[in-house]
Each structure stands twice: as structure tokens, then as C-alpha cells.
Ligand binder design. Structure first.
Ligand code: PSU
Ligand code: MN
Length: 307
């Protein structure tokens, strides 16, 4: 995974040269996960949250076939505002590059590119995972298999609550992806604070998270991903009854309309945002901003450790 041709944005290039902390950010959340025009504003706010905590944001995406680490504002605007931006998982990167496409990178693709660029910490909203009915559809996000082989720390609010959370946690265990709760032993449920599943491990500070990452790199026995699961405070979650009702409706609509493949996640997120009249959107934005801040704090703590 090191043979990507990468163009670095100016701020990221400077930070890499000076050894300053950098946080990777994905672009699928911007182009496919959040509605226009909020998406562009939120994309900028996420970058600001990273800077405010002392790190440099590197939003990753593909512009005209060129893989960019650290999109500038024009490039971010283009991915946020134009039709036909492809959703790129790892398998799509080479094809999109060779055909000169515009594309937004998922957690899987962003992780692979960030690791190739030497960036160790990445913030997103919620990971992809095993979909409900996956025993029939085989729908499991490439986010999981990519994290099994990619040395990256992903700060997220668990996996999206539209998924089969228990099955996803089982797959993460099988794949050797470490899961740490941030100040909790409960696995978060994205829109909701607690998914109903417990966690074996928890860290209490960015410094402790950084110590885990340093130990993992030092031991070298396994260089897969680490998930830092950062729950929303309970008073900021989406009302659980509204959540369950909206999800049931969304899944029924999806079945009726025959939505499959990579359209599933954007379809369900968009159903949530319209059916809750923006309540889930506000929660989604809070999740991402909190994760961006924590990821930056971890990147700063990592950079401060003696190497
Ligand atoms: N988290 C969000 N919003 C999103 C996603 C994650 O809060 O839009 C995106 C990520 O890019 C993730 C993708 O990698 O959804 C998962 O898609 P799929 O289930 O098709 O693998
Ligand atoms: Mn899928």
C-alpha cells in the first residue's frame, strides 16, 4: 500500500517536513454522508476543530484522478458541491485515478492512503461494518478488512447504528483490530451513546491512547488498526425511541426501493436526516467535531512522546 502517487496540500507538506502532528479526515462523509449545503460548512468546521487542538488537518480525496492528502478549499468545495463524485473504497482508487475521476474516500480508502502518507491518526463519524441481513446479502464494509491490515488509529463514535453492531464487533475481533473505549467500557452506538455492547479496554486520556499506539508500533507483532471509540455524552444523543423508529422505516424503504451495494449507507443516512427533520444531522455533526478534537489531541500526545 505504499505505491500511491500522492499530492500533498501546502499545510500538510509543511507539517510533514517539520514533524508536526497531522490528522487524516475522510471525504465520503462530506460528499455522500451529509446533505448540501451543510456538508461544506461542516467539512471546514472539522478542519478547524483539528487546528484548534494543535494539529494539522489532512482531508483526503481524489480530484481529477489525483490523490490529494490535504485538500485545499477549492478542492473541498468541488467534492462537496458537484454531482457525480464517486464514492471510493480501496479497490476503486486505481481505477478512479486512471480515469481522471473526482472521488471521495471512505474510511477504508482514507485509512490506506493516510498510512501510506505516514499519518497515524484519523477522525471520522462512525465506521462501516456488517449490515443487518448480512448473512443473506454478504454486505460487510471494506472498512473492516482494510483496518485489519492498515496501521492507523481511527477515532469514531463506534460503528453506524444502522449496522449489526454485535456482528461487527465479532468481525473486528476475528480480524485483529483493537477496540478501545475512550473513558468508557461501553461500545458507542454512533447516534446513540451506548450500543448495548461492552468493551474489554478503555483509555482515559489522549496520552494513554498515545502510549497504546507507541507500544503497538514498538512491539511490531501486529500492525493492524486501532479503534478509539468516543461516545457522545448521553444528553447529546439522538432520542433512542426516535432512532429505532427511523431506522425501522429506513430499512423498510430500502427493501421496497431495492437499494443495495455502496448506495446502502448514504441512503440510510439521508433517510435519517430527512425523517428526523435535521435532528440526526445535528447529532452527526457533533459526533464528527468531537472526534476531530480527540484525534488531534492524540496526534499531539503522540508527537510529544520521546521516540
Ligand atoms: N460515517 C459517517 N458518515 C459517513 C460514513 C461514515 O458519519 O458517510 C461513510 C464512511 O466513509 C464509511 C462509509 O467508510 O460510510 C461506509 O460505507 P460502506 O458501508 O458502503 O462501506
Ligand atoms: Mn456495503
Amino acid at each position: 500500500m505504499t505505491d500511491f502517487h500522492i499530492r500533498y496540500g501546502a499545510e500538510v507538506a509543511d507539517a510533514r517536513r517539520d514533524g508536526r502532528p497531522v490528522v487524516a479526515l475522510e471525504s465520503t462523509i462530506v460528499s455522500h454522508g451529509l446533505p448540501r449545503p451543510d456538508n461544506l460548512r461542516v467539512a471546514r468546521e472539522i478542519e478547524q476543530a483539528v487546528r484548534a487542538a494543535g494539529a494539522v488537518p489532512a482531508t483526503i480525496g481524489m480530484v481529477g484522478g489525483e490523490l490529494v492528502v490535504g485538500l485545499d478549499d477549492d478542492q473541498l468545495t468541488r467534492l462537496a458541491s458537484t454531482d457525480g463524485v464517486a464514492k471510493l473504497s480501496v479497490r476503486d482508487l486505481a481505477i478512479a485515478s486512471a480515469t481522471g475521476a473526482d472521488g471521495a474516500t471512505t474510511v477504508a480508502a482514507t485509512s490506506a492512503v493516510a498510512a501510506a502518507a505516514g499519518i497515524g491518526v484519523f477522525a471520522t463519524g462512525g465506521l462501516g461494518g456488517v449490515h443487518r441481513e448480512a448473512s443473506q446479502t454478504f454486505d460487510e464494509s471494506a472498512d473492516l478488512t482494510t483496518l485489519a491490515r492498515t496501521p492507523i488509529t481511527v477515532v469514531c463514535a463506534g460503528v453506524k447504528s444502522i449496522l449489526d453492531v454485535g456482528a461487527t464487533l465479532e468481525r473486528l475481533e476475528t480480524l485483529g483490530v483493537a477496540v478501545l473505549g475512550y473513558r468508557t467500557h461501553r461500545f458507542p452506538g454512533f447516534f446513540i451513546t451506548d450500543s448495548g455492547f461492552g468493551l474489554d479496554w478503555s483509555v482515559d486520556s489522549p496520552e494513554q491512547a498515545a502510549a497504546v499506539l507507541t507500544a503497538q508500533a514498538a512491539h511490531g507483532a501486529h500492525l493492524g488498526g486501532v479503534i478509539v471509540a468516543n461516545p457522545l455524552p448521553i444528553d447529546e444523543q439522538l432520542d433512542p425511541a426516535l432512532h429505532d423508529r427511523t431506522l425501522a422505516e429506513g430499512l423498510a424503504r430500502m427493501e421496497r426501493e431495492g437499494v443495495t451495494g455502496k448506495a446502502v449507507t448514504p441512503f440510510l443516512l439521508s433517510h435519517f436526516h430527512s425523517a428526523t427533520e435535521g435532528a440526526s444531522l445535528a447529532v452527526n455533526v457533533r459526533i464528527i467535531l468531537r472526534n476531530a478534537t480527540l484525534a488531534a489531541q492524540i496526534a499531539v500526545a503522540l508527537a510529544a512522546r520521546p521516540s
